[in-house]
Design a protein around this ligand. Structure first.
Ligand code: MG
Length: 449
């Protein structure tokens, strides 16, 4: 079924074309059985399918004897934090994240606020496929508790790590594009707490996305214009569940999402030394930043949980993903656009610099991210081919193949949820990146067999 993908990184699908209440109900039953009852936090983004999915999900959870705490509309980081705050046994995020309106998805959170890792997810999926679920008796069914203040709790945790006086004094003017997603209410409130004059773009939480919610170049023309025309110091664009964000400079330049983690890391490392974690698909600017601050950079396979677990293991001070997702363990081990926005404003305030000036501190790289359909069974051959072809370069095989040459790098990996290859290339010149990508795509096309 093409409209539904069930894998270790969660379940996602197109509403009405695979993702339906029957599937969701069973996932609720499976998660409740996996937790053996217990307290579960449920939250959703603004998609029109949210309430339909939530009802089915809660039904499944209650039928296994779980206690459900419903946050209503909630960003993904808010939900992750609330699982920890309320000492729940787990949580489920209902959000299609950066995917268009017709999509929705479920992501499962464990009791420490981190997503299930691959082994845990496999265990959950086994329960799902086997279909033997716990069944609570009539007197074991709990009520659903509504929890209203999750946004305030989340914001206050982020504010605690910031130098509020410093940021407020600058009275920044900030444009924010929430894409009518889960950040629509909480983000302007957060910025006002930071003393900002807020120019709101698409902050009606109705799930009708005015553009594709992926915070990348093609989707951010409007905020770029508004940032300049409203005389803003900076603009931010979130995806629909507000774990990721991209930056727009005061000149209207839409920065690649790769800059978000780079800038935040550079800032945090200036006052707090320690190892940094990012995934294998993240920009080489991260190597430069960590070198500059003389700390270690550890790269993990793609997937937020991989970064979170590694950060916890090695006591990392900052980490995340090049797709605009920043993780600061002082708040929690999950990607959080509020952490990113707060720390970037603080960096500008502290250095008395414009965002365009801060950007100049980093060497310019050109990254190209592609996806191409590819049969999983051919993956082994593809890896052997490139291993041989680039045998003189540094090779990492933790997640597909990453090749690190002197003036470029390539990461090719199979998507966790779809039969597609992700191909990422970065180099110091636009032309070179283009040349490498085009060559790879031709070679890969031939390898499909
Ligand atoms: Mg997201």
């Amino acid at each position: 079924m093409k409209g539904l993908m069930i894998g270790v990184s969660g379940v996602r699908g197109i509403v009405g074309m695979g993702l339906n209440p029957e599937v969701v109900l069973r996932l609720g039953q499976a998660f409740g059985t996996y937790l053996e009852g217990g307290r579960v936090i449920v939250g959703m983004d603004t998609r029109t399918s949210g309430p339909m999915i939530k009802s089915a999900l809660i039904s499944g959870l209650l039928s296994t004897g779980c206690k459900v705490i419903d946050l209503g509309i909630s960003t993904t980081p808010t939900l992750q934090i609330m699982v920890e705050e309320l000492k729940a046994d787990g949580g489920i995020v209902i959000s299609g994240s950066h995917n268009p309106s017709e999509w929705n998805a479920l992501k499962f959170v464990r009791d420490d606020g981190i997503f299930l890792n691959a082994n845990e997810a496999k265990e959950l999926l086994n329960i799902y496929w086997q279909g033997s679920f716990l069944q609570a008796k009539w007197n074991e069914i709990h009520e659903v508790e509504k929890f209203e203040n999750s946004s305030e709790i989340h914001i206050s945790k982020v504010l605690k790590i910031l130098d509020l006086d410093l940021i407020r004094k600058r009275k920044f003017r900030v444009a924010i594009d929430c894409c009518n997603g889960a950040g629509s209410i909480i983000t302007p409130e957060f910025l006002k707490e930071l003393g900002c004059d807020v120019i709101e773009i698409h902050t009606t939480p109705n799930g009708f996305f005015p553009h594709n919610p992926e915070p990348t170049f093609v989707n951010l023309g409007e905020i770029s214009e508004r940032t300049v025309s409203s005389g803003c110091d900076i603009g931010f664009a979130q995806d629909a569940d507000a774990d990721r964000c991209a930056i727009i400079t005061e000149n209207g330049e839409i920065l690649s999402e790769e800059y978000t983690l780079t800038i935040v890391s550079d800032y945090v490392l200036s006052y707090k030394k320690g190892p940094v974690v990012c995934n294998l698909s993240t920009t080489r600017m991260m190597d430069e930043v960590t070198k500059r601050h003389n700390v270690e950079l550890v790269r993990t396979p793609v997937g937020e949980v991989n970064v979170s677990e590694k950060m916890k293991e090695i006591g990392s001070v900052i980490g995340g993903e090049g797709n605009g997702g920043v993780i600061d363990p002082r708040v929690h081990y999950g990607r959080d656009s509020f952490v990113a926005i707060g720390l970037i404003l603080e960096y500008m305030a502290k250095e008395c610099k414009k965002i365009s000036e801060i950007v100049k501190k980093f060497p310019r790289y050109y990254i190209d991210k592609r996806k191409i359909e590819f049969p999983r069974r051919r993956m082994k051959d593809l890896i052997s081919y490139y291993k041989e072809k680039f045998k003189d370069e540094k090779i990492n095989l933790d997640d597909g193949i990453r090749i690190d040459a002197e003036d470029f790098w390539i990461h090719i990996r199979m998507s966790g949820t779809e039969p597609v290859l992700r191909v990422i290339v970065e180099s110091r010149s636009k032309k070179k990146t283009e040349e490498i990508v085009n060559k790879l795509l031709v070679e890969i096309e031939e390898m499909k067999g």
